[in-house]
Design a protein around this ligand. Structure first.
Ligand code: SF4
Length: 401
């Protein structure tokens, strides 16, 4: 067993998240130059795009999109800012968007307005000739950053040494790098999303009695609890400690090994916020995302993916009140699409996903202008070997009900 010491203690995106959470400013886009002042890392691009006003950018994107026509398809994750998502041909969560990437062979270029692991997934699932573009290469995901492939391989080696070959089913949340999806595909495992984690757990437990779940401990724990797995049958794997911080006995007894990762946005929600919402209005319904902690999930009335959250509120009776535990850009959008209901974010401090927020309209204009000139910028390409095994894990996911 190798004990490594050269690890980055906190992913940079985790630190940057706090820069946004300390502000109560409106989230309307400014020029990119002004947004640079927030002190976060962004990909550099020609200075003219940095000074272009939001209104001019809107016109530029609109014109470029019209000229490029069916050559491009723009996919937009629900957490994208309004000024970007308005241009998406398809809006959705990572599951819905990955299905569209797999089912849309006609577009020559897929512009993915989301984060890096989503663009990688689109590249894996789309035809080999199609090119996937991520407008800003620094749009990552702090949760995905918490599971580096080298650390996961160390963990896998330890588990194999302690438990023997083929004794653990690896399962990774979509929010992980292609390298980790590939490890799952190569070792009899599967990918899941927050929409199908329950079915993916059933799939895995039909094939083995131990699961390694990466990288979101909360989605893994919340789902396992609904499957009857007891909390004392779960351990957390801390990549900074030998054997993940567990004894050999604990590893042997565990049914579920949870990677120590979390979402910086969804772990901000607390039961105190829920209690406060209920004190203000006893009729309020609380709906949260399963990346929230177990106590929050157990305290909520409803739990589900972003698609589920959208749907349950869209279909609710007029006059109802909804306290929502998910990313603020989506909550604001649901609120404006449901003016007959009271929809609010449980966290009163404005806190967008800082990495999703990096897709500023200036980047979208830049990559589209590049395509008009025949230049492909920011293409995301997964290497052949990684693609092959990731595809196996993703196809297993797409095949389950
Ligand atoms: S909301 Fe959380 S899991 Fe989703 S992209 Fe942002 S940091 Fe990652």
């Amino acid at each position: 067993m190798v004990v490594k010491i050269d690890k980055q203690p906190i992913p940079i995106t985790e630190i940057e998240q706090s820069a946004f959470c300390q502000t109560d400013e409106e989230l309307a886009s400014k020029t990119l130059e002004q947004e640079f002042d927030s002190g976060v890392r962004w990909q550099k691009l020609p200075v003219s795009y940095m000074r272009t006003s939001p209104e001019e950018l809107e016109q530029k994107i609109s014109d470029a999109k019209e000229k490029l026509g069916n050559k491009i398809m723009i996919l937009g994750h629900h957490y994208q800012r309004d000024e970007v998502i308005q241009f998406a041909d398809i809006r959705g969560d990572s599951f819905k968007l990955s299905q569209h990437a797999a089912d849309s062979p006609d577009a020559e270029f897929i512009i993915f307005c989301g984060v890096h692991f989503m663009a990688e997934t689109a590249d894996i699932l789309s035809d080999i000739e199609q090119k996937v573009i991520l407008p800003n290469l620094t749009a990552g995901c702090s949760m995905a950053d918490m599971a580096h492939i080298d650390d996961v391989l160390d963990c896998w080696d330890d588990l194999t040494e302690i438990l023997g070959e083929n004794s653990v089913i690896p399962m990774t949340y979509m929010n992980s790098t292609a390298a980790i999806k590939s490890l799952c595909g190569e070792n009899g495992g599967i990918v899941c999303t927050s929409s199908n984690a329950s079915a993916a757990f059933d799939w895995a437990f039909e094939r083995g009695d131990k699961i390694l779940f990466l990288p979101d401990q909360h989605l893994g724990r919340n789902t396992a609890v609904t499957k009857g797995v007891q909390l004392d049958e779960m351990i957390v794997w801390n990549p900074f400690k030998p054997q993940g911080g567990n004894t050999i006995e604990e590893i042997k007894n565990a049914k579920l090994i949870l990677w120590q990762g979390h979402c910086s946005v969804h772990t901000r929600f607390t039961t105190a916020q829920i209690d406060s919402a209920r004190e203000t209005n006893s009729e309020v319904s609380i709906v949260v995302h399963p990346e929230c902690t177990l106590d929050v999930v157990e305290s909520a009335d409803y739990v589900g993916s972003t698609e589920y959250i959208k749907q349950i509120i869209n279909e609710a009776e007029p006059g109802t009140s909804w306290g929502v535990g998910t990313e603020i850009s989506l909550v604001n959008r649901i609120a404006s699409e449901n003016p007959d209901k009271n929809v609010f974010c449980l966290d009163s401090v404005v806190c967008p996903c800082s990495t999703m927020y990096r897709i500023h309209p200036a980047y979208v204009a830049w990559v589209l202008d590049g395509l008009l000139e025949g230049v492909v910028v920011n293409q995301i390409e997964v290497d052949e070997e990684t693609r092959k095994f990731s595809r196996i894990a993703l196809d297993r996911m797409l095949s389950i009900k």
